[in-house]
Design a protein around this ligand. Structure first.
Ligand SMILES: O=P(O)(O)OC[C@H]1O[C@@H](O)[C@@H](O)[C@@H](O)[C@@H]1O
Length: 388
């Protein structure tokens, strides 16, 4: 859909053009040029001084997120050798982290690319599924589709939870969390969108059921994060809520609605409102950023703000604008979120890069640029450019 006439040269469009220009002309080229090792693996991130962080352990999920980024960048015409980069990433994970013929990978490699943590992690799996969906969609990569099917079969065989959903991983963990399920939901929807194979929508439906029955707190209108093994709210960590995740669900639920027509409007409206009511930091008037975490009982927040929740706010506000009878306040929110992202999270010393985290005064406390954030920025870009 094109919004060109209605929104041409609106302040929102101006903000989106800035975002598009930053990501397409600066950020992505910097990553493409400097964000990969000689053996084709993705770096974990850039340090505050703009140098590649080659001393960090490699989280396997990052390799998958960067496969997605390459596919997305190729779709935008930003990356000529995207397929080559994806193949290199694929070879790298197969060579260094693959676990037998399960299609699963070890959780963490050290900086010499030796396995540091051989566990299988559900959250990692979700990002491989997402990468495979995009590889199939963008490159018609049938091997990726094969791998998606192989991986979901292994997830079913090895990580099925006792009562709905899946386990955190192949290791002991005191809780079960919504977070990996949220990313599985995202991956299943992407696989459905790419293949139109109803099997993936079926899996997404399982997670929607969990959302309605477990993750969403109907009384308080929030998303809960931590649960016991039988999906009761955790007594110790159950009050932690994350505004960024609530925004993430708003966008995901709208996607689910597109394919199923399930009524999600009430959830979206409530989560959106509550994410802002609980999580919006308004230091100095028009500086609007989202807190990383809030304690629902005390209302206290950590006061820190990471970059990625802003990208989720952009996605959520635009998804709301598409579906609400009066889109104006949401379009305005999208503009505010984009402007604040660009004001506070672009690294002033290295403007191709972002910074990761701010403190209560919106001063930078972590100026590194994690690779894992690039996926968030590109997802927000995908949503935003629909308004150009
Ligand atoms: O924390 P990293 O790995 O940078 O990922 C960034 C964030 O991505 C989001 O989608 C959530 O899943 C968060 O819980 C996570 O923290």
């Amino acid at each position: 859909m094109s919004y060109a006439i209605e929104f041409s040269n609106s302040p929102l469009q101006v903000a989106i053009h800035r975002l598009d220009n930053w990501l397409g002309k600066h950020t992505l080229p910097y990553w493409a040029e400097n964000g990969f090792m000689l053996n084709g693996s993705a770096i974990e991130g850039f340090l505050a001084n703009g140098q590649a962080d080659v001393s960090a352990n490699k989280r396997i999920r990052v390799q998958a997120r960067q496969m997605f980024c390459c596919a997305y960048a190729s779709k935008q015409g930003w990356l000529k050798d995207a397929m080559h980069k994806v193949n290199q990433l694929d070879n790298f994970v197969q060579q260094h982290a693959q676990i037998d013929d399960s299609g699963m990978f070890s959780h963490i490699l050290d900086n010499q690319d030796k396995v540091a943590d051989p566990s299988v992690d559900l959250y990692d799996c979700a990002f491989f599924l997402l990468a495979y969906a995009w590889r199939y969609a963008v490159f018609n990569d049938l091997h990726a589709l094969f791998k998606a099917n192989q991986l979901i079969d292994s997830i079913e065989a090895k990580l099925k939870g006792s009562s709905a959903g899946w386990l955190e991983g192949s290791y002991e963990y005191p809780w079960r969390r919504q977070n990996p399920h949220m990313h599985l939901f995202e991956a299943f929807l992407a696989l459905y969108q790419a293949t139109r194979d109803a099997k993936w929508l079926g899996y997404a439906g399982e997670i929607f059921g969990l959302f309605e029955n477990v993750f969403y707190d109907h009384e308080h209108g929030v998303l809960r994060e931590f649960f016991t093994h039988d999906w009761q709210l955790s007594k110790t960590k159950g009050d932690i809520v994350e505004p960024g995740h609530m925004m993430e669900w708003v966008w995901l639920l709208q996607e689910y609605h597109r394919y199923t027509n399930k009524p999600v409007a009430h959830y979206c409206l409530t989560l959106y409102r509550q994410a802002l009511a609980l999580g919006l930091s308004t230091t100095n008037g028009n500086q609007r950023l989202l807190f990383d975490q809030v304690d629902l009982k005390s209302g206290q927040s950590a006061q820190t703000k990471r970059c990625w929740p802003m990208t989720e706010w952009i996605k959520a506000s635009l998804a709301m604008a598409r579906t609400q009878p009066n889109p104006e306040p949401y379009l305005d929110d999208a503009r505010i979120a984009i402007e604040n992202l660009l004001t506070h999270f672009v690294n002033p010393q290295h403007p191709a890069l972002y910074v990761d985290q701010l403190n209560s005064d919106n001063q930078v406390i972590n100026a590194s640029a994690p690779a894992s954030t690039l996926y968030h920025l590109l997802m927000a870009h995908a949503e935003a450019i629909q308004y150009l």
